[in-house]
Unconditional design. Structure first.
Length: 457
Protein backbone atom coordinates (compact mmCIF):
# COMPACT_ATOMS: atom_id res chain seq x y z
CA UNK A 1 0.00 0.00 0.00
CA UNK A 2 1.33 3.48 -0.92
CA UNK A 3 0.92 6.24 1.62
CA UNK A 4 1.47 9.98 1.68
CA UNK A 5 2.96 11.45 4.87
CA UNK A 6 2.67 15.17 5.60
CA UNK A 7 3.81 16.93 8.72
CA UNK A 8 3.49 20.34 10.29
CA UNK A 9 5.26 22.06 13.19
CA UNK A 10 4.07 24.64 15.69
CA UNK A 11 5.74 26.26 18.69
CA UNK A 12 4.11 25.33 22.00
CA UNK A 13 4.11 28.63 23.90
CA UNK A 14 3.58 26.99 27.29
CA UNK A 15 6.48 24.55 27.07
CA UNK A 16 8.80 26.34 24.66
CA UNK A 17 9.06 23.13 22.57
CA UNK A 18 8.12 22.38 18.98
CA UNK A 19 5.09 20.12 18.45
CA UNK A 20 5.25 17.95 15.31
CA UNK A 21 2.05 16.62 13.79
CA UNK A 22 2.16 13.84 11.19
CA UNK A 23 -0.75 13.33 8.81
CA UNK A 24 -0.82 9.93 7.11
CA UNK A 25 -3.04 9.54 4.07
CA UNK A 26 -3.61 6.01 2.85
CA UNK A 27 -3.73 5.58 -0.90
CA UNK A 28 -4.88 2.61 -2.91
CA UNK A 29 -3.31 -0.82 -2.47
CA UNK A 30 -0.18 -1.23 -4.62
CA UNK A 31 0.59 -4.32 -6.67
CA UNK A 32 3.69 -5.69 -8.37
CA UNK A 33 3.68 -5.01 -12.10
CA UNK A 34 6.93 -6.58 -13.36
CA UNK A 35 10.18 -7.80 -11.80
CA UNK A 36 13.44 -6.77 -13.46
CA UNK A 37 16.90 -8.15 -12.72
CA UNK A 38 20.06 -6.04 -13.06
CA UNK A 39 23.74 -6.67 -12.42
CA UNK A 40 23.75 -10.43 -13.09
CA UNK A 41 26.40 -10.73 -15.79
CA UNK A 42 27.01 -14.48 -15.37
CA UNK A 43 24.01 -15.70 -13.42
CA UNK A 44 20.81 -16.55 -15.28
CA UNK A 45 17.71 -14.52 -14.39
CA UNK A 46 15.84 -17.70 -13.49
CA UNK A 47 18.27 -18.44 -10.65
CA UNK A 48 17.15 -15.21 -8.96
CA UNK A 49 13.49 -15.28 -9.95
CA UNK A 50 12.89 -18.73 -8.51
CA UNK A 51 14.00 -17.49 -5.08
CA UNK A 52 11.54 -14.57 -5.07
CA UNK A 53 8.50 -14.77 -2.81
CA UNK A 54 6.81 -11.76 -4.42
CA UNK A 55 5.44 -12.23 -7.93
CA UNK A 56 3.86 -10.03 -10.66
CA UNK A 57 0.25 -9.36 -9.73
CA UNK A 58 0.85 -9.78 -5.98
CA UNK A 59 0.00 -7.09 -3.48
CA UNK A 60 3.16 -5.53 -2.02
CA UNK A 61 4.15 -7.37 1.16
CA UNK A 62 7.11 -6.29 3.29
CA UNK A 63 7.57 -9.73 4.85
CA UNK A 64 7.70 -11.45 1.45
CA UNK A 65 10.18 -8.87 0.20
CA UNK A 66 12.40 -9.41 3.25
CA UNK A 67 12.28 -13.18 2.81
CA UNK A 68 13.16 -12.83 -0.89
CA UNK A 69 16.27 -10.86 0.05
CA UNK A 70 17.27 -13.50 2.61
CA UNK A 71 16.89 -16.32 0.07
CA UNK A 72 18.96 -14.48 -2.53
CA UNK A 73 21.72 -13.81 0.01
CA UNK A 74 21.65 -17.47 1.09
CA UNK A 75 22.58 -18.53 -2.45
CA UNK A 76 26.10 -17.26 -1.76
CA UNK A 77 26.37 -15.95 -5.33
CA UNK A 78 26.14 -12.20 -4.66
CA UNK A 79 28.10 -9.65 -2.68
CA UNK A 80 25.03 -7.42 -2.38
CA UNK A 81 21.30 -7.60 -3.12
CA UNK A 82 19.17 -4.43 -3.33
CA UNK A 83 15.54 -3.77 -4.23
CA UNK A 84 14.24 -0.56 -5.81
CA UNK A 85 10.79 0.35 -7.13
CA UNK A 86 9.87 2.15 -10.33
CA UNK A 87 6.68 3.92 -11.32
CA UNK A 88 4.77 2.42 -14.23
CA UNK A 89 2.32 5.21 -15.03
CA UNK A 90 -0.43 3.19 -13.35
CA UNK A 91 -1.37 4.45 -9.90
CA UNK A 92 -1.56 1.08 -8.16
CA UNK A 93 1.24 -0.70 -10.08
CA UNK A 94 5.00 -0.54 -9.51
CA UNK A 95 7.92 -2.48 -10.97
CA UNK A 96 10.38 -4.24 -8.67
CA UNK A 97 14.04 -4.01 -9.67
CA UNK A 98 16.49 -6.56 -8.20
CA UNK A 99 19.98 -5.05 -8.37
CA UNK A 100 22.77 -7.49 -7.51
CA UNK A 101 26.54 -7.46 -7.46
CA UNK A 102 27.92 -10.87 -8.32
CA UNK A 103 30.52 -12.49 -6.09
CA UNK A 104 33.43 -14.62 -7.24
CA UNK A 105 31.90 -18.08 -7.25
CA UNK A 106 34.67 -20.10 -8.92
CA UNK A 107 37.84 -20.95 -7.08
CA UNK A 108 41.04 -22.86 -7.54
CA UNK A 109 42.77 -23.07 -4.21
CA UNK A 110 45.56 -24.96 -2.56
CA UNK A 111 47.38 -24.66 0.70
CA UNK A 112 48.52 -26.32 3.87
CA UNK A 113 47.68 -26.06 7.52
CA UNK A 114 47.69 -27.71 10.87
CA UNK A 115 44.93 -28.81 13.20
CA UNK A 116 44.95 -30.37 16.64
CA UNK A 117 43.22 -33.47 15.21
CA UNK A 118 44.61 -33.99 11.70
CA UNK A 119 48.07 -32.58 12.39
CA UNK A 120 49.72 -31.35 9.15
CA UNK A 121 47.43 -31.32 6.11
CA UNK A 122 47.57 -29.96 2.57
CA UNK A 123 44.71 -29.54 0.13
CA UNK A 124 43.90 -28.77 -3.49
CA UNK A 125 40.38 -27.79 -4.49
CA UNK A 126 38.52 -26.65 -7.57
CA UNK A 127 34.98 -25.43 -6.88
CA UNK A 128 32.24 -23.54 -8.65
CA UNK A 129 29.15 -22.46 -6.70
CA UNK A 130 27.45 -21.12 -9.83
CA UNK A 131 28.14 -24.08 -12.11
CA UNK A 132 26.18 -24.79 -15.30
CA UNK A 133 26.90 -28.19 -16.76
CA UNK A 134 25.13 -27.28 -20.03
CA UNK A 135 26.83 -23.90 -20.61
CA UNK A 136 29.96 -24.78 -22.59
CA UNK A 137 32.69 -23.51 -22.52
CA UNK A 138 32.34 -21.32 -19.38
CA UNK A 139 30.12 -23.75 -17.41
CA UNK A 140 28.82 -20.86 -15.26
CA UNK A 141 25.44 -19.36 -14.47
CA UNK A 142 22.86 -21.96 -13.36
CA UNK A 143 23.43 -22.05 -9.59
CA UNK A 144 24.71 -25.62 -9.52
CA UNK A 145 27.60 -26.55 -7.22
CA UNK A 146 30.64 -28.59 -8.23
CA UNK A 147 33.56 -29.44 -5.94
CA UNK A 148 36.72 -31.43 -6.70
CA UNK A 149 38.90 -31.74 -3.61
CA UNK A 150 41.94 -33.64 -2.38
CA UNK A 151 43.38 -33.49 1.15
CA UNK A 152 46.61 -35.21 2.12
CA UNK A 153 47.91 -35.02 5.65
CA UNK A 154 49.98 -36.74 8.30
CA UNK A 155 47.21 -39.15 9.26
CA UNK A 156 44.46 -38.56 6.70
CA UNK A 157 44.01 -38.68 2.91
CA UNK A 158 40.65 -37.65 1.42
CA UNK A 159 39.48 -37.37 -2.19
CA UNK A 160 36.03 -36.17 -3.16
CA UNK A 161 33.86 -35.20 -6.14
CA UNK A 162 30.55 -33.51 -5.31
CA UNK A 163 27.77 -32.16 -7.57
CA UNK A 164 24.49 -30.49 -6.59
CA UNK A 165 21.65 -29.28 -8.80
CA UNK A 166 19.14 -27.33 -6.65
CA UNK A 167 16.43 -27.32 -9.36
CA UNK A 168 16.51 -30.48 -11.45
CA UNK A 169 14.83 -29.93 -14.85
CA UNK A 170 13.65 -26.49 -13.60
CA UNK A 171 11.55 -28.22 -10.96
CA UNK A 172 12.08 -27.35 -7.24
CA UNK A 173 13.72 -30.68 -6.45
CA UNK A 174 17.37 -30.91 -5.39
CA UNK A 175 19.55 -33.63 -6.88
CA UNK A 176 23.14 -34.34 -6.00
CA UNK A 177 25.79 -37.00 -5.65
CA UNK A 178 29.14 -37.49 -3.92
CA UNK A 179 31.98 -39.86 -4.76
CA UNK A 180 34.77 -40.20 -2.22
CA UNK A 181 37.66 -42.10 -0.72
CA UNK A 182 38.61 -41.22 2.87
CA UNK A 183 41.55 -42.83 4.61
CA UNK A 184 42.85 -42.34 8.12
CA UNK A 185 45.67 -43.85 10.16
CA UNK A 186 45.45 -44.66 13.83
CA UNK A 187 46.62 -41.73 15.90
CA UNK A 188 46.70 -40.57 19.48
CA UNK A 189 45.62 -37.06 18.47
CA UNK A 190 42.47 -38.23 16.66
CA UNK A 191 41.54 -40.92 19.19
CA UNK A 192 41.33 -43.58 16.45
CA UNK A 193 43.11 -46.86 17.24
CA UNK A 194 43.01 -48.46 13.79
CA UNK A 195 43.56 -47.64 10.12
CA UNK A 196 40.39 -47.07 8.14
CA UNK A 197 39.59 -46.57 4.46
CA UNK A 198 36.07 -45.65 3.32
CA UNK A 199 35.30 -45.47 -0.39
CA UNK A 200 31.95 -45.15 -2.07
CA UNK A 201 29.34 -42.54 -2.77
CA UNK A 202 25.83 -41.31 -2.21
CA UNK A 203 22.87 -39.92 -4.13
CA UNK A 204 20.85 -37.04 -2.66
CA UNK A 205 17.31 -35.78 -3.26
CA UNK A 206 15.69 -32.82 -1.50
CA UNK A 207 12.45 -30.84 -1.64
CA UNK A 208 11.15 -27.73 0.11
CA UNK A 209 7.80 -28.59 1.68
CA UNK A 210 7.07 -25.10 3.00
CA UNK A 211 8.96 -21.81 3.17
CA UNK A 212 11.09 -23.03 6.10
CA UNK A 213 10.65 -26.82 6.03
CA UNK A 214 12.50 -29.19 3.69
CA UNK A 215 12.85 -32.94 3.32
CA UNK A 216 15.93 -34.81 2.07
CA UNK A 217 16.80 -38.41 1.31
CA UNK A 218 20.30 -39.88 0.90
CA UNK A 219 21.24 -43.34 -0.32
CA UNK A 220 24.81 -44.34 0.64
CA UNK A 221 26.86 -47.28 -0.62
CA UNK A 222 30.44 -47.68 0.58
CA UNK A 223 33.12 -50.19 1.40
CA UNK A 224 34.84 -49.82 4.78
CA UNK A 225 38.21 -51.44 5.41
CA UNK A 226 39.63 -51.70 8.96
CA UNK A 227 43.27 -52.73 9.33
CA UNK A 228 46.35 -52.46 11.55
CA UNK A 229 44.41 -53.40 14.67
CA UNK A 230 46.64 -54.35 17.60
CA UNK A 231 46.49 -58.05 18.50
CA UNK A 232 45.73 -57.13 22.10
CA UNK A 233 42.80 -54.90 21.18
CA UNK A 234 39.33 -55.42 22.60
CA UNK A 235 36.77 -57.69 20.89
CA UNK A 236 34.92 -54.58 19.68
CA UNK A 237 37.90 -53.68 17.52
CA UNK A 238 39.08 -57.13 16.50
CA UNK A 239 35.67 -58.14 15.15
CA UNK A 240 35.65 -55.13 12.80
CA UNK A 241 38.95 -55.95 11.11
CA UNK A 242 38.56 -56.56 7.40
CA UNK A 243 36.26 -55.12 4.72
CA UNK A 244 32.53 -54.55 5.07
CA UNK A 245 29.94 -52.96 2.83
CA UNK A 246 27.45 -50.39 4.10
CA UNK A 247 24.21 -49.86 2.19
CA UNK A 248 21.94 -47.32 3.89
CA UNK A 249 19.03 -44.97 3.26
CA UNK A 250 18.58 -41.80 5.31
CA UNK A 251 15.59 -39.46 5.56
CA UNK A 252 15.87 -35.95 7.01
CA UNK A 253 13.52 -33.11 7.90
CA UNK A 254 14.90 -29.60 8.48
CA UNK A 255 13.06 -26.53 9.76
CA UNK A 256 15.29 -23.48 9.21
CA UNK A 257 14.36 -19.87 10.00
CA UNK A 258 17.88 -18.39 10.10
CA UNK A 259 18.18 -14.93 8.57
CA UNK A 260 21.51 -15.87 6.98
CA UNK A 261 22.85 -19.40 6.66
CA UNK A 262 26.48 -18.21 6.43
CA UNK A 263 26.49 -15.81 9.38
CA UNK A 264 23.23 -16.16 11.33
CA UNK A 265 22.22 -13.61 13.93
CA UNK A 266 18.65 -14.81 14.45
CA UNK A 267 16.54 -17.87 13.81
CA UNK A 268 16.17 -21.53 14.66
CA UNK A 269 17.27 -24.76 12.97
CA UNK A 270 15.51 -28.00 13.90
CA UNK A 271 16.72 -31.24 12.28
CA UNK A 272 15.67 -34.84 12.53
CA UNK A 273 17.02 -37.83 10.64
CA UNK A 274 16.46 -41.57 10.49
CA UNK A 275 18.91 -43.91 8.76
CA UNK A 276 18.61 -47.61 8.11
CA UNK A 277 21.40 -49.87 6.86
CA UNK A 278 21.23 -53.47 5.72
CA UNK A 279 18.00 -55.45 5.71
CA UNK A 280 16.26 -55.06 2.33
CA UNK A 281 19.10 -52.73 1.29
CA UNK A 282 21.58 -55.62 1.61
CA UNK A 283 25.13 -54.80 2.75
CA UNK A 284 27.10 -56.47 5.54
CA UNK A 285 25.89 -54.40 8.50
CA UNK A 286 22.35 -54.06 9.85
CA UNK A 287 21.69 -51.02 12.02
CA UNK A 288 19.41 -48.02 12.44
CA UNK A 289 20.40 -44.57 13.63
CA UNK A 290 18.30 -41.59 14.70
CA UNK A 291 19.63 -38.06 15.24
CA UNK A 292 17.80 -34.93 16.36
CA UNK A 293 19.35 -31.49 16.79
CA UNK A 294 18.41 -27.87 17.37
CA UNK A 295 20.22 -24.56 16.94
CA UNK A 296 19.11 -21.16 18.19
CA UNK A 297 20.65 -17.77 17.31
CA UNK A 298 19.89 -14.42 18.88
CA UNK A 299 21.68 -11.09 19.28
CA UNK A 300 22.61 -9.73 22.70
CA UNK A 301 22.78 -5.98 23.36
CA UNK A 302 24.08 -5.29 19.82
CA UNK A 303 23.62 -6.73 16.33
CA UNK A 304 27.20 -8.10 16.25
CA UNK A 305 27.10 -9.98 19.56
CA UNK A 306 25.45 -13.34 18.85
CA UNK A 307 24.30 -16.03 21.25
CA UNK A 308 24.06 -19.57 19.86
CA UNK A 309 22.51 -22.53 21.69
CA UNK A 310 22.80 -26.07 20.32
CA UNK A 311 21.42 -29.39 21.47
CA UNK A 312 21.94 -32.75 19.78
CA UNK A 313 20.86 -36.28 20.61
CA UNK A 314 21.38 -39.62 18.89
CA UNK A 315 20.36 -43.25 19.16
CA UNK A 316 21.68 -46.26 17.21
CA UNK A 317 20.68 -49.93 17.33
CA UNK A 318 21.77 -53.10 15.61
CA UNK A 319 19.32 -55.68 14.32
CA UNK A 320 19.04 -58.93 12.37
CA UNK A 321 22.44 -60.61 11.83
CA UNK A 322 24.56 -57.76 13.21
CA UNK A 323 25.45 -58.25 16.88
CA UNK A 324 26.58 -54.66 17.55
CA UNK A 325 26.55 -51.32 15.78
CA UNK A 326 29.89 -51.08 13.89
CA UNK A 327 32.45 -49.04 15.81
CA UNK A 328 32.91 -46.65 12.87
CA UNK A 329 29.15 -45.90 12.86
CA UNK A 330 28.87 -45.17 16.60
CA UNK A 331 28.79 -41.80 18.34
CA UNK A 332 31.93 -40.26 19.83
CA UNK A 333 32.38 -37.15 21.98
CA UNK A 334 35.20 -34.96 23.22
CA UNK A 335 37.39 -32.54 21.33
CA UNK A 336 37.01 -29.42 19.24
CA UNK A 337 33.85 -30.55 17.50
CA UNK A 338 31.82 -31.52 20.57
CA UNK A 339 32.91 -31.09 24.23
CA UNK A 340 35.90 -28.78 24.31
CA UNK A 341 38.23 -29.33 27.26
CA UNK A 342 38.72 -33.05 26.62
CA UNK A 343 40.87 -34.94 24.14
CA UNK A 344 39.40 -36.01 20.82
CA UNK A 345 36.81 -38.84 21.14
CA UNK A 346 37.83 -39.45 24.79
CA UNK A 347 34.42 -38.77 26.39
CA UNK A 348 32.34 -41.94 26.54
CA UNK A 349 32.89 -45.71 26.73
CA UNK A 350 36.35 -47.25 26.52
CA UNK A 351 37.58 -50.82 26.34
CA UNK A 352 39.96 -52.66 28.68
CA UNK A 353 42.91 -50.95 26.96
CA UNK A 354 41.38 -47.52 27.68
CA UNK A 355 40.72 -47.11 23.94
CA UNK A 356 37.60 -45.14 22.95
CA UNK A 357 35.00 -47.46 21.38
CA UNK A 358 32.07 -45.07 21.04
CA UNK A 359 28.47 -45.60 21.99
CA UNK A 360 24.97 -46.05 20.65
CA UNK A 361 23.45 -43.17 22.61
CA UNK A 362 24.59 -39.56 22.59
CA UNK A 363 23.55 -36.23 24.11
CA UNK A 364 25.45 -32.98 23.50
CA UNK A 365 24.76 -29.32 24.24
CA UNK A 366 26.59 -26.05 23.83
CA UNK A 367 26.24 -22.35 24.65
CA UNK A 368 28.48 -19.92 22.78
CA UNK A 369 28.66 -16.13 22.52
CA UNK A 370 30.54 -14.58 19.57
CA UNK A 371 31.56 -10.93 19.63
CA UNK A 372 33.73 -8.68 17.42
CA UNK A 373 37.25 -7.76 18.44
CA UNK A 374 38.29 -6.14 15.14
CA UNK A 375 35.17 -5.84 13.00
CA UNK A 376 35.26 -8.09 9.95
CA UNK A 377 38.64 -9.59 10.86
CA UNK A 378 38.75 -11.01 14.39
CA UNK A 379 35.94 -12.43 16.52
CA UNK A 380 36.08 -13.63 20.10
CA UNK A 381 34.06 -16.45 21.65
CA UNK A 382 33.06 -17.66 25.09
CA UNK A 383 31.61 -21.17 25.31
CA UNK A 384 30.29 -23.90 27.59
CA UNK A 385 29.84 -27.49 26.33
CA UNK A 386 28.17 -30.45 27.99
CA UNK A 387 27.28 -34.06 27.11
CA UNK A 388 28.32 -37.69 26.97
CA UNK A 389 28.05 -40.92 24.99
CA UNK A 390 26.71 -44.21 26.34
CA UNK A 391 26.77 -47.85 25.23
CA UNK A 392 23.51 -49.65 24.59
CA UNK A 393 24.08 -52.37 27.19
CA UNK A 394 21.88 -52.61 30.30
CA UNK A 395 24.76 -51.56 32.54
CA UNK A 396 25.93 -48.53 30.60
CA UNK A 397 22.96 -47.18 28.67
CA UNK A 398 21.59 -43.68 29.21
CA UNK A 399 19.56 -43.43 32.41
CA UNK A 400 17.90 -40.45 34.04
CA UNK A 401 20.28 -40.62 37.00
CA UNK A 402 23.24 -40.26 34.62
CA UNK A 403 22.03 -36.85 33.44
CA UNK A 404 24.03 -35.00 36.04
CA UNK A 405 27.55 -33.67 36.19
CA UNK A 406 29.99 -35.93 37.98
CA UNK A 407 33.13 -38.00 38.14
CA UNK A 408 31.66 -41.33 37.05
CA UNK A 409 32.36 -42.09 33.35
CA UNK A 410 28.63 -42.38 32.54
CA UNK A 411 27.77 -38.99 34.06
CA UNK A 412 27.59 -35.82 31.97
CA UNK A 413 30.90 -34.07 31.27
CA UNK A 414 31.30 -30.35 30.71
CA UNK A 415 33.96 -27.93 29.57
CA UNK A 416 34.27 -24.18 29.19
CA UNK A 417 36.69 -21.78 27.59
CA UNK A 418 37.55 -18.96 25.23
CA UNK A 419 38.24 -18.76 21.53
CA UNK A 420 39.16 -16.50 18.62
CA UNK A 421 38.18 -16.66 14.95
CA UNK A 422 40.50 -14.82 12.55
CA UNK A 423 39.73 -14.08 8.91
CA UNK A 424 42.92 -14.39 6.84
CA UNK A 425 43.63 -14.26 3.07
CA UNK A 426 44.32 -18.02 3.04
CA UNK A 427 41.22 -18.93 5.04
CA UNK A 428 39.73 -18.51 8.50
CA UNK A 429 41.64 -19.64 11.56
CA UNK A 430 39.84 -20.97 14.64
CA UNK A 431 41.56 -21.31 17.99
CA UNK A 432 39.79 -22.45 21.16
CA UNK A 433 41.04 -23.21 24.64
CA UNK A 434 38.79 -25.44 26.69
CA UNK A 435 39.13 -26.65 30.25
CA UNK A 436 37.40 -29.82 31.54
CA UNK A 437 35.11 -29.16 34.49
CA UNK A 438 34.67 -32.83 35.39
CA UNK A 439 36.91 -35.86 35.85
CA UNK A 440 36.88 -38.27 32.93
CA UNK A 441 38.10 -41.84 33.48
CA UNK A 442 41.71 -41.54 34.68
CA UNK A 443 42.66 -38.76 32.25
CA UNK A 444 44.69 -35.85 33.68
CA UNK A 445 42.43 -32.87 34.30
CA UNK A 446 44.01 -30.14 32.22
CA UNK A 447 42.98 -27.75 29.47
CA UNK A 448 43.50 -28.26 25.75
CA UNK A 449 43.96 -26.02 22.72
CA UNK A 450 42.01 -26.73 19.53
CA UNK A 451 43.39 -25.18 16.36
CA UNK A 452 42.04 -25.52 12.85
CA UNK A 453 41.83 -23.78 9.51
CA UNK A 454 38.82 -24.01 7.21
CA UNK A 455 37.43 -22.13 4.25
CA UNK A 456 34.20 -20.57 5.47
CA UNK A 457 33.85 -17.57 7.78
Amino acid sequence: MSVRIDFSTILNQSTGKIDVTYRIVENELTYVNQIHVKGNVKTKDIVLRREMRLYPGDQFDGDKLKRSRERLNNLGLFESVDFTFEDTGINDRKDVVIDVKEAKTGEFSFGAGFSSVDEFIGFVQVSQNNFDIANWPTFVGDGQRLVLRAEIGSIRQDYEVSFTEPWIFDYPLLFGFDLYQRSGERSESSGVSYDITRQGGDIRLGKELTEHLRADAVYRLEDVDISDVDAGASPDLLKEEGTSQISSLQFMLTHDTRNNIFNPTSGVVLKGSAEGAGGVLQGDKDFVRYIASSEYYHTLFRDDIVLSLTLKGGLANNYDETDEVPIYERFFAGGGGSIRGYKERRVGPRDRNVTPIGGEQMLLGSVEINFPIFTGVVKGAVFYDIGNVWRGSKDEKLKFENLKLGKEPEYLKSGAGLGVRIKTPIGPVKLDYGYPLNDNHEDPKRGHFYFSMSRGF
